[in-house]
Design a protein around this ligand. Structure first.
Ligand code: NAD
Length: 365
């Protein structure tokens, strides 16, 4: 892969930034008054739950859909129409999308590295969700469709060192994505593209880089690094056992995006005319050891680190190159990791201390 980043960015970005930002804002404000139905798929999960809250608070008419029974949703809004449907099945997709104007597809069988490395078949089955949703979107006349892709689409050979300069959009090809989960995401991205080109559905795709924040998974095997580290530090503190297990040697690097940046970026990309899959992630790259340093500082504790070198650890280095999103939207996720971790740590601490399991739902009026 020899194409330069500069060249690809120029190809994908089309117009100046300021007018586009203003246009987006106008379009979003105008849409809030329409009363048209917005469907959030995967609404019982982490990002879907936050998106539903944001949309209902902004006055939209929202239909929230997830396959989990509703008492297992991470957040549930009484202002939304809440449906329990398995979206792997086409008929259920049609029911979910009937009368819809806009669809956010955040539904997937997924988790952190511990889950996706050991459940490749399950991850790939999520292809049924996006495929059937797109088919139903076509049948129901849905105008716009957002798909949540992932940094796991990026080629493994671009992520072999800890000093990764940041993955830009062109780094997904020639394809060598994360086995299972990443292949499903890459295929579904292309499915969105071809449904736009062939059938005129305005599809938009963001490649999320590690999202974290309150109301997410923090135990049970699907949790990602920030929530897992917060939980382990809290447990070490509460138990008095001043030790923490870290997967790998702790030198692997990542970037983490706080949920508020994710929701803003998701809505903005959806309202935009950006036709290509685009990075939505933070460019603040840290090693896992540095992530642990931050959580220890928040907790006011120092722990003995035990490195588990046989645990799943994913790629060696990954971060988000935000050249394209900066050019398109004059914006990029910028909530500092330490600030987001403080909020996430406080929420997980409260959940653990109050004895609630991660499955406890929060009803918001
Ligand atoms: P999550 O696991 O918290 O939420 C996903 C939800 O989808 C769950 O509530 C699950 O029950 C639901 N779901 C799964 N299969 C379904 C089906 N057949 N029918 C209906 N609902 C179904 O995950 P999340 O962190 O909120 O992620 C949302 C989306 O963003 C996913 O597509 C994920 O792959 C993508 N993504 C997330 C991250 C991240 O860091 N959280 C990173 C990259 C991409």
């Amino acid at each position: 892969m020899t194409t330069s980043r500069k060249k690809n960015t120029t190809l994908s970005a089309t117009k100046g930034t300021l007018p586009r930002t203003i246009k987006l804002q106008e379009r979003r404000e105008a849409k809030a008054d329409t009363g048209k139905v917005i469907v959030v798929c995967g609404a019982g999960g982490f990002i879907g739950g936050h998106l539903v809250q944001k949309l209902v608070n902004d006055g939209y008419t929202v239909r929230a859909v997830d396959k989990k029974p509703q008492n297992f949703w991470y957040q549930r809004s009484s202002k939304a129409q809440n449906l329990t449907l398995n979206l792997e099945m086409y008929e259920n997709c049609e029911q979910a999308l009937n009368g819809a104007d806009l669809v956010y597809n955040l539904a997937a069988d997924m988790g952190g590295m511990g889950f996706i490395e050991l459940n490749k078949g399950l991850c790939m089955l999520s292809v049924l969700i996006n495929t059937h949703l797109l088919m139903a979107a076509r049948k129901c006349g849905v105008g716009r469709f957002f798909y949540a892709s992932s940094a796991c689409v990026y080629a493994g050979y671009k992520q072999k060192t800890t000093d990764n300069p940041g993955l830009c959009e062109a780094d997904a090809y020639p394809a060598d994505p994360e086995d299972g989960y990443g292949w499903e995401k890459l295929f579904s991205e292309r499915m969105c593209r071809h449904f736009r080109e062939d059938f005129g559905i305005e599809t938009r795709v963001a490649r999320y880089h590690n999202v974290y924040g309150p109301h997410g998974t923090y135990d049970g095997g699907r949790e990602k690094a920030p929530a897992a580290i917060c939980r382990k530090v809290i447990q070490a503190k509460l138990s008095g056992k001043k030790e923490i297990e870290i997967w790998g040697d702790g030198q692997q690097t990542r970037s983490f995006m706080y949920i508020d940046d994710c929701i803003y970026g998701t809505e903005t990309i959806t309202a935009s005319d950006i036709l290509y899959p685009i990075n939505l992630g933070s460019s603040e790259m840290v090693s896992i050891n540095q992530l642990v340093d931050m959580v220890e500082k928040i907790a006011g504790i120092k722990l003995k680190r035990k490195y588990n070198l046989s645990a799943p650890k994913g790629v060696r280095g990954r971060s988000s190159d935000n050249t394209l999103i900066q050019k398109e939207l004059a914006w990029e996720p910028s909530i500092r990791l330490y600030d987001g971790l403080e909020k996430t740590y406080a929420w997980i601490h409260n959940e653990i201390q109050s004895g609630r399991s991660e499955k406890a739902i929060v009803n918001v009026a």
